[in-house]
Design a protein around this ligand. Structure first.
Ligand code: ADP
Length: 401
């Protein structure tokens, strides 16, 4: 059973084709610079010996459909699929489902229209997501296609967690509320955590920390999201690569009035020039760690702020959950940055969290425990796999629809 996962961005398309029998990726790739004079398709595939091979093609892609056509030509030429009817289904990543979509949804023309209605909530991502969907619907109308929303996992939050204390009419009229993002990743690692802990998902309370360029955390109670750090947009919450996360909202009008900045300029400052980059000049955590080790005080400050914010969320989500079975680190930083994990969990013994330095320092790509045996809250590192989660949800949705 072969399932294609597509993530169509504004000028790029990421894809993975899974064999769902053994969960292996048969081919994957990235089409870049769509609309530019020269675009590029970088791809990998498993050859008949099971070895990974790589290829690259340069061409002009006028739009997403031209990029996808080349992807399919190459995939068929490599013999990975004979034709598109070899696909069991296609899973499309969609950023924003608003309150309309709380689970994977089989795509039809009505669903396309509702995703279009969500564009004001996801203005940068929903339009290219839709382009991928509409092209594939035209090209393969008989293959079931499923929309997997990054906001869906957050739809189980209770009202007291998702409302902002703003005039209620803004929620009613403009749908302003907390939605949360990275939902597919938080859902995947919380399921894997349940398997790892050998506990039914419906009895698991975990705090998931997705720490990458964008970072967010989720409180998961009995397998369901009850709170999350990102809000109406992915700007809220943790200190991120270039986003500020939580701050006093009055800073926005203060900066605007004092410096005569427009809303667009303020938006750029908060989303692209803040966070780790705003504090120390770079958003690459490896570089920041290197700078801090060399005595750069702003790099050290950026790390301290990043970890302190995470620690505050661990504390508040522990209060939200009551009992915490595990804290899960994932994402580029969460999976790899040993010292960051240690600092986030330091001095938390009073709430049952103790890191085992040797386990934390061991290099591994596997799911693992990094807490001591005595730690009542287990601390886990679980590599995320959003594409596999999308593929699994696609199969599940097609089977049950
Ligand atoms: P994205 O959110 O773009 O998917 P990733 O999840 O790939 O990002 O995470 C990127 C971040 O992970 C970067 O800040 C990078 O420096 C950091 N990172 C990757 N490997 C390491 C490592 N070994 N140590 C510290 N940070 C790392």
């Amino acid at each position: 059973m072969k399932v294609l996962v597509l993530n169509s961005g504004s000028s790029s398309i990421k894809y993975q084709l899974f064999n769902m029998d053994d969960k292996k990726v048969l081919t994957s790739g990235l089409v870049e610079q769509i609309g530019e004079p020269t675009g590029r398709l970088k791809y990998k595939w498993l050859d008949s010996n099971g070895d990974t091979q790589e290829g690259i093609e340069e061409s002009h892609f006028g739009d997403h459909s031209e990029g996808l056509k080349l992807v399919f030509d190459i995939t068929m030429k490599l013999g990975i699929i004979k034709n598109l009817n070899d696909l069991y289904g296609i899973g499309h990543r969609v950023l924003h489902g608003g309150e309309a979509f709380w689970k994977p949804t089989l795509i039809n023309s009505k669903v396309v229209e509702v995703i279009r209605e969500m564009i004001p909530l996801g203005p940068l991502h929903n339009p290219p997501n839709l382009m991928g969907i509409e092209f594939m619907l035209k090209m393969t109308p008989s293959i079931p296609q499923v929309a997997i929303f990054d906001t869906a996992f957050g739809q189980t939050m209770p009202p007291h967690a998702y409302h902002y204390a703003l005039p209620y009419k803004y929620y009613k009229d403009l749908h302003i509320r907390r939605y949360g993002f990275h939902g597919t990743s938080h859902q995947y690692v919380s399921k894997q955590a349940a398997l790892f802990l050998d506990k039914p998902l419906g009895e698991c309370n975990v705090i998931t920390l997705h720490l990458g360029n964008g970072s967010s955390t989720t409180a998961v109670k009995d397998g369901k999201c009850v709170d999350t750090s990102m809000g109406l947009t992915p700007l809220e919450g943790l200190v991120m690569g270039t986003r500020c996360g939580d701050m006093d909202p009055a800073i926005v009008p203060f900066l605007g009035k004092t410096l005569g900045l427009s809303f667009d300029q303020l938006d750029t400052i908060l989303n692209k020039q803040s966070g780790l980059k705003g504090i120390c000049g770079t958003n690459d955590m490896r570089e920041i760690e290197r700078l801090a080790a060399g005595g750069d005080l702003n790099a050290a400050l950026a790390i301290d702020m990043f970890c302190y914010r995470i620690k505050k969320y661990i504390g508040s989500y522990s209060a939200v959950l009551g009992r915490v079975d595990a804290i899960v680190f994932t994402g580029g930083i969460g999976e790899n940055a040993i010292d960051i994990r240690k600092q986030c969990c330091s001095n938390l013994e009073n709430i049952g969290i103790t890191i085992d330095d040797a386990k934390n320092s061991a290099q591994s790509r596997k799911e693992r425990t990094i807490s001591t045996d005595a730690s009542t809250v287990k601390v886990l590192v679980i590599p995320t796999n959003e594409e596999l989660e999308i593929a699994q949800q696609t199969v599940e949705c097609i089977k049950t629809s």
